[in-house]
Design a protein around this ligand. Structure first.
Ligand SMILES: O=P(O)(O)OC[C@H]1O[C@H](OP(=O)(O)OP(=O)(O)O)[C@H](O)[C@@H]1O
Ligand SMILES: O=c1cc[nH]c(=O)[nH]1
Ligand SMILES: [Mg+2]
Length: 211
């Protein structure tokens, strides 16, 4: 897996406010949206384009447009939903699939409660979005769902990743799929509850409240 940690002062600034335990939900949501917009610039670097002839008010010319089949954006519910608009704003022609997954906090296994993806993903560039990559269990299961449907090019967009989780995803995907991870920060480690340190706590709860 190719890993790209985005090194940019605006990303660092917004991430610091996001991590702060005193940042309330409305600001947290806005910052997630702004951060994903900044990450999207890097995450969409490999989107396939094709030549298109157009005529400007001055002359004919050949430009580039995003190629078919259209990219697919897949937020991993709940927390990934907070990143969806930021990505589709930059990729308005993308289609959107949904995966609802929750980590069982006892076993740390990812449990899938919703799966709404197109049946055939061959030839589609898929973007998986989820703010937190902790043990990697959720992301590995999500990549598998895409792989089973024929996807071979997957870009994961996360806000914070733990080194342990990156290793797990790396080992699980091998060279089966072309997987790339674009992330705002790679933190120190996981704690005894598999929370990212220093992290930002539970991203879903901070976005939407404790359920
Ligand atoms: O790498 P892992 O150890 O699998 O953990 C990461 C997952 O945990 C969080 O979701 P959570 O299970 O809290 O669900 P939520 O989005 O509904 O809060 C997060 O948004 C990831 O999906
Ligand atoms: O630190 C973590 C780990 C898993 N899920 C989160 O939301 N945060
Ligand atoms: Mg959660």
């Amino acid at each position: 897996m190719r890993v790209h940690a985005v090194d940019h002062p605006l990303v660092a600034h917004k991430l610091t406010i996001l991590r702060d335990e005193n940042t309330p939900s409305p600001i947290f949501r806005q910052l997630v949206d702004e951060l994903v917009t900044l990450l999207a610039y890097e995450a969409t670097r490999e989107v396939r384009t094709e030549s298109r002839e157009i005529t400007t008010p001055v002359a004919p010319t050949v430009g580039q447009k995003i190629a078919e089949p259209r990219p697919l954006v897949v937020p991993i519910l709940r927390a990934g939903l907070g990143m969806l608009d930021g990505l589709t704003r930059l990729l308005p022609t993308a289609e959107v699939g949904f995966l609802g997954m929750q980590r069982d906090e006892e076993t740390l296994e990812a449990v899938t409660y919703a799966n709404r993806l197109p049946d055939d993903l061959s030839g589609r560039h898929c973007f998986l979005v989820d703010p937190m990559l902790a043990t990697g269990g959720t992301l590995v299961a999500a990549i598998d769902y895409l792989f089973e449907r024929g996807a071979r090019h997957v870009t994961c967009v996360c806000i914070i990743a733990a080194p342990e989780g990156i290793d797990v995803v790396n080992r699980a995907v091998g060279d089966r799929v072309d997987v790339e991870l674009v992330v705002a920060a790679i933190d120190e480690r996981l704690d005894e509850n598999a929370y990212i340190v220093p992290g930002l706590g539970d991203a879903g709860d901070r976005l939407y409240g404790v359920v």
